[in-house]
Design a protein around this ligand. Structure first.
Ligand code: PMP
Ligand code: GLN
Length: 387
C-alpha cells in the first residue's frame, strides 16, 4: 500500500455491515435507509434505463440535473449558481469531496476540520498530500439512562488556534456525521470571519441538509457575507431521496473553484450515473412539503431510538440532524461493536473510526447508532438491547 494510504484499511462501515449479515443482526451501523425513495424519483430512473441515457452523460452532468441543482440551492439557500459553469455532478458527495481535495490542495497544505470527521475526509486530504488539523467537537455531559438534547460543540478558541500560516482550506460538515450537530449561524460566522481574514477556501459537506429536526435550522456558510466566492457547497441525493447506492452528488461554487474539482473528476470517474441523473433532478424539484416530510418522519425515528437506547441504560446524545445518535459505552467502543452482534444481535459503529489515528483515544468509548430504519426494525433493535 502506498505511503499516502498507510493506516486507511477497510472502512469500519464495510466491516460492520458484513458482520451484520454474517450474524443476522439488526444493522444500525452504516447509515442507509431500509425503505425505497419517492416514486416520483424511482419511476424516472426506471424509464431512463434502455434509452440513450445509459451512455456517457456530459462531463459536468446532464443539463437537466445541473439546472435542478441550481434551482434547488436557490430555493432553499437563496444562493444563485450558473448551471453551466458553477455546478458539477459527481459520483456521490464522496467524489466531490475527494475531487475538491485533489483539485485544490498542494502537498503540505493544512486543512482545518472538525473532529470527529467523516472517514473519507482524512483519506481525501491524505491522497492530496495535505495535512488535517483537527478542531475537537465535544459531546454534552449525560448520565447513563438519560438523554441530552444539547449539541456536540467546539470551542471557538480551538478553531482560531487551528488556523496557521499553512492553512488553505476549512472543511465543514453540517449537519454533522457522526455527532448529529447542526452548526448554528454564530459558529458559521466565526468560520466565515477566519476565512475572510486569512483568505481561506471553505468546502462544506451538506449531504444531510434536509435531515434537520424541529428547533434547528440548516444554514450554509456560503450564505454569509463574502463567503460564496470562496466556498464549495457539496451535497448528494443519497440521503434526501433514500438512494444512497445511486451515488449522485454535486458541488456548487464559483466557476474557478468548480473547475478545479472537475479537473480531478475527469480522471477519477469521468462521468457517472446516466439514468439516475434525471431521476435526482425530478426529486430536487419536489415541493417543499416533501422535504419537510423527510425531516418530520426522521425526527420520529430519532425519538424512538434515542428513548430505546436510554431505556437500555446508555447515556445518549440526541442529534439536531442526520441519521445518527451517539452514546458512550463502558470500555472500548470497537470491542463493544465487534461483540454486540454476537451478544444481542445489533450492529453499531465505533466512533474511533471518525478520529485521526493520533486522537483515536478521544473516541474510544463512543458509539454511533443509525435510526434511518423502519419503526419495527428500530423496535426490534431496542428490544434486543434492553433484553
Ligand atoms: N459526507 C457525509 C458526512 C456522509 O455521511 C456521507 C454518506 N455516508 C457522504 C459524505 C457520502 O455521500 P455519498 O454517498 O453521496 O458519496
Ligand atoms: N455515510 C454513511 C455512514 O456514515 C455511509 C458510510 C459509508 O458506507 N461509507 O454510515
Amino acid at each position: 500500500l502506498a505511503a499516502r494510504l498507510q493506516g486507511f484499511g477497510t472502512t469500519v462501515f464495510a466491516e460492520m455491515s458484513a458482520l451484520a449479515v454474517a450474524t443476522g443482526s439488526v444493522n444500525l451501523g452504516q447509515g442507509f435507509p431500509d425503505t425505497p425513495g419517492p416514486a416520483e424519483v424511482l419511476d424516472v430512473a426506471r424509464a431512463a434505463i434502455g434509452t440513450p441515457l445509459d451512455q456517457y452523460p456530459p462531463g459536468p452532468g446532464l443539463p437537466v440535473l445541473r439546472e435542478a441543482i441550481a434551482a434547488h440551492v436557490q430555493r432553499f439557500r437563496g444562493l444563485v449558481y450558473d448551471p453551466g459553469t458553477e455546478v458539477l455532478v459527481t459520483a456521490g458527495a464522496t467524489e466531490a469531496l475527494a475531487g475538491a481535495m485533489l483539485g485544490l490542495l498542494d502537498p503540505g497544505d493544512e486543512v482545518v476540520v472538525l473532529e470527529p470527521l467523516y472517514d473519507s475526509y482524512a483519506a481525501g486530504i491524505a491522497m492530496a498530500g495535505a495535512v488535517a488539523v483537527p478542531v475537537p467537537l465535544r459531546p454534552p455531559a449525560v448520565e447513563p439512562g438519560e438523554v441530552s438534547t444539547a449539541p456536540w460543540t467546539f470551542d471557538p478558541d480551538d478553531l482560531r488556534a487551528a488556523v496557521g500560516p499553512r492553512t488553505t482550506l476549512v472543511l465543514l460538515n453540517t449537519p454533522h456525521n457522526p455527532t448529529g450537530t447542526v452548526l448554528d449561524r454564530a459558529q458559521l460566522e466565526l468560520v466565515a470571519e477566519l476565512a475572510r481574514e486569512h483568505d481561506l477556501l471553505v468546502v462544506t459537506d451538506e449531504v444531510y441538509e434536509h435531515l434537520v429536526f424541529p428547533g434547528s435550522e440548516h444554514v450554509s456558510v456560503a450564505e454569509l457575507p463574502g463567503m460564496r466566492e470562496r466556498t464549495l457547497v457539496v451535497s448528494s441525493g443519497g440521503k434526501t431521496f433514500s438512494t444512497t447506492g445511486w451515488k449522485i452528488g454535486w458541488v456548487c461554487g464559483p466557476a474557478e473553484l468548480v473547475t478545479c474539482v472537475r479537473t480531478a473528476k475527469q480522471f477519477l470517474t469521468y462521468v457517472n450515473g446516466g439514468p439516475f441523473q434525471p431521476a435526482i433532478a425530478a426529486g430536487l424539484g419536489l415541493p417543499d412539503t416533501f422535504f419537510a416530510g423527510v425531516a418530520t418522519e426522521l425526527a420520529g425515528k430519532r425519538d424512538r431510538l434515542v428513548a430505546g437506547l436510554a431505556a437500555a441504560g446508555l447515556p445518549v446524545v440526541s442529534p439536531q440532524g442526520t441519521y445518527f445518535a451517539t452514546v458512550r459505552v463502558p470500555g472500548d467502543g470497537l470491542a463493544f461493536c465487534r461483540e454486540l452482534p454476537h451478544r444481542v444481535g445489533v450492529v453499531a459503529v465505533p466512533m474511533s473510526a471518525f478520529y485521526l489515528p493520533e486522537h483515536a483515544e478521544l473516541g474510544r468509548d463512543l458509539v454511533r447508532f443509525a435510526f434511518c430504519k423502519r419503526d419495527e426494525v428500530l423496535d426490534e433493535a431496542v428490544a434486543r438491547l434492553t433484553a
